[in-house]
Ligand binder design. Structure first.
Ligand SMILES: Nc1ncnc2c1ncn2[C@@H]1O[C@H](COP(=O)(O)OP(=O)(O)OP(=O)(O)O)[C@@H](O)[C@H]1O
Ligand SMILES: [Mg+2]
Length: 273
């Protein structure tokens, strides 16, 4: 478990706290979404969770390891992998499989163990056919999946994806979303998805809404993602389907606002007379 206890963070030379008294438990194998407007503190939280930064007040513990203890940092970073939105900054080698092998090699693992991890990781993200490709020939979505494979090859317990599809085209977004669904099905690690993409967040089990450095609400993702009043109050626009239902209901209809599936909405609309 990652336990965040009353943690606050202020960047050096900044007057304002980027995170204020955050308390949050991230359990093993859970799929957690984090949402909030720009500059609300999401990426800062990600950095706090994997020990890149240390809280100025409060505590972050990863499987009992306090991130304020310098000797714990290496192990914390191994346990908690962090992927940021720009794949080009994270790819370091000229060949896909070498890139995925980079982390395990640094762990000093034996070559057949490295081979096994690389093959499994590339299969997990459906990029095994591209093992010998140079990354520059790949699309943004493919690059991002190679980055995810690189993280998986390290066998982390927790994986944080900080806006993994922001830089991608619609096909790339779809592919990464599919990868997420596959990882979720495997149930081998906790995944924390920071995103502005409501469809991506629909794949999460629990959702945390952050505003101005504070957690303002947390709960079941499917319940929270249709609460337009709450979302609007923190500057978020909500799911397209929920907004559409809202518009239709303005004309006096009473379609349930928790419908998340287009086919179901069509059925409901056909029933209207
Ligand atoms: N390296 C940094 N140095 C100083 N201040 C920073 C740094 N990174 C972030 N901040 C500040 O901390 C606050 C929270 O930023 P953060 O990047 O965590 O927000 P975010 O929710 O990830 O935003 P976005 O949706 O734009 O990615 C902002 O006020 C930001 O300006
Ligand atoms: Mg961010």
């Amino acid at each position: 478990m990652i336990a965040v206890r009353n943690a606050s963070y202020c960047y050096p030379d900044e007057g304002q706290f980027a995170l204020k008294r955050i308390s949050l438990d991230i359990k093993e194998k859970e799929i957690l979404g984090v949402i909030g407007r720009n500059a609300s503190g999401k990426s800062t939280l990600a950095r706090l969770l994997n020990g890149i930064i240390i809280p100025v007040n409060g505590q972050v513990e990863v499987d009992g390891l306090d991130s304020a203890v310098p000797e714990n940092i290496e192990l914390i970073r191994q346990k908690v992998a962090l992927l940021q939105s720009e794949p080009d900054n994270q790819l370091v080698s000229n060949i896909v499989e070498e890139d995925v092998a980079f982390g395990p090699e640094n762990l000093g693992l034996e070559s057949n163990e490295i081979r096994k991890r690389v093959d499994t990781a590339l299969q997990m993200v459906s990029m095994e056919d591209y093992a010998k490709y140079p990354p520059y020939l790949l699309s943004g979505g493919q690059k991002q999946r190679v980055c995810i494979a690189g993280m998986l090859a390290m066998q982390p317990k927790y994986m944080i994806l900080d806006e993994p599809t922001t830089m991608l085209d619609p096909q790339g977004k779809k592919d990464v979303r599919r990868t997420l669904a596959k990882l979720k099905q495997e149930q081998s690690l906790s995944i924390i998805v920071i995103s502005h993409d409501f469809d991506e967040l629909l794949q999460t089990d629990r959702l945390v809404i952050i505003d101005q450095g504070e957690i303002i609400l947390e709960g079941n993702s499917r319940d929270l993602l249709v609460q337009m009043d709450v979302l609007r109050s923190v500057g978020l626009k909500g799911l397209e389907i929920t907004r559409l239902i809202e518009e239709i209901n303005k004309s006096g209809y009473g379609i349930a606002k928790n419908i998340l599936n287009a086919n179901r909405l069509v059925e409901e609309l056909c029933r209207l007379k």
